[in-house]
Design a protein around this ligand. Structure first.
Ligand code: NAI
Length: 335
């Protein structure tokens, strides 16, 4: 299968190199079509992404994306947000599971955050009302709410999950979040075998850090989904262990949740696990199930053993040493 590979910015180059090497070792049916995009590409070319990139993603239907940097406050808009809107990848799925060998407060977290990806405050409808007042418009539609909520219940059904929780703030945003919650209640009645409930976003944050095992699948509008998925990543050991996929009807874009980590870029010390786990999910979902599962298992075994892990989880291994060790393990597996 053809997969568009965007290395992106900062540590993206290093962690995507790890993916390419691991893919070769797995001998899987993947041809990477490399394309450039991001702020480093912008600096050298004056363009945010290479010509033809969008067409290639459209043709392949599959992309693996390293992190791309976005300036804060001013400058160009996020490439991630642009790609999500351009390809209408309306569902962002982030499975977050505790891993042996990664010290965290809780040992048995197993959550999936399903974030609506196409609207809410991320529509980018902002303007200056007057010199001292900025307005941002929160857009919630019945259509997009129903699509993501149905997606969450279908995901739960397909993956043997027991409960879907709706995240909202409908006590205050009675129209926008009220609509989201209302749609949730209607759709949930079509899935009687799956438990459903709802929780206000602030209460959820408190419960997640005190009893994360009370939750299973969380479905949320864009902004809350963005925030809680990083919170949940913290529960399982940080951003180095959080894979994700943006799903539309025609295109799937896999990526790590973390950013370009400019503070450690170019030092060969980044943890490539999250992008490798995203790649494992890409394989699993797209015809290479056995190799995807094997890759995930090999990463988990290596981390559980703890002998060759990166600095973010207390090890001393470089990105390339971690990758070498992973490849060595893959060579001993039955492909
Ligand atoms: P960040 O995720 O890049 O870094 C936060 C902290 O986590 C840093 O200390 C970093 O060193 C560490 N970290 C992140 N990934 C790591 C890894 N794989 N291994 C070891 N340590 C890791 O978040 P930050 O600093 O807020 O954002 C930096 C840039 O990344 C910004 O320009 C932001 O817009 C962009 N970004 C891009 C994303 C994407 O393309 N999906 C997602 C989040 C941020």
């Amino acid at each position: 299968m053809d997969v568009v590979l965007i290395r992106g910015d900062g540590i993206g180059k290093e962690i995507c190199e790890s993916v390419i090497r691991v893919s070769e070792a797995l001998n899987c049916n993947v041809s990477f079509l490399e394309c450039e995009a991001g702020s480093e590409y912008y600096e050298k070319s004056g363009k945010l992404m290479e010509d033809g990139l969008l067409e290639k993603i459209q043709d392949c239907g599959l992309a693996l994306k390293g992190p791309t940097a976005t300036p804060i406050g001013t400058g160009f808009r996020s490439i991630n947000v642009y790609l999500r809107q351009r390809f209408n990848t309306y569902a962002n799925v982030r499975p977050l599971r505790s891993m042996k060998g990664v010290k965290t407060r809780f040992e048995d977290v197993d959550l999936v955050v399903i974030r609506e990806n196409s609207e809410d405050l991320y529509k980018g409808v902002e303007y200056m009302y007057d010199e001292n007042t900025a307005h941002g418009i929160k857009i919630i539609t019945r259509e997009a709410s129903e699509r993501i909520i149905r997606f969450a219940f279908d995901y739960a059904r397909k993956n043997g999950r027991k409960k879907v929780t709706c995240v909202h703030k409908a006590n205050i945003m009675k129209l926008t979040d009220g609509l989201f919650l209302d749609v949730f209640k209607k759709v949930s009645s079509e899935y009687p075998e799956i438990e459903s409930d709802s929780v206000i976003i602030d209460a959820l944050c408190m419960k997640l850090v005190s009893d994360p095992c009370a939750f299973d699948v969380l479905v949320a509008p864009n902004l809350y989904g963005d925030i809680i998925s990083d919170l949940c990543a913290g529960l399982v050991g940080g951003l180095g262990f959080a894979p994700s996929v943006n799903i539309g009807d025609e295109v799937k874009i896999y990526e790590a949740v973390h950013g370009s980590a400019p503070d450690i870029a170019g030092k060969d010390i980044a943890n490539p696990s999250a992008i490798l786990m995203s790649f494992a999910d890409l394989l699993k979902d797209n015809g290479e199930k056995k190799k995807g599962e094997l890759l995930r298992k090999v990463i988990e075994d290596m981390i559980a053993e703890g002998k060759c892990v990166t600095a973010d989880i207390g090890g001393t291994a470089s990105t390339s040493a971690f990758t070498d060790a992973l490849i060595e393990r893959i060579r001993h597996e039955d492909l």
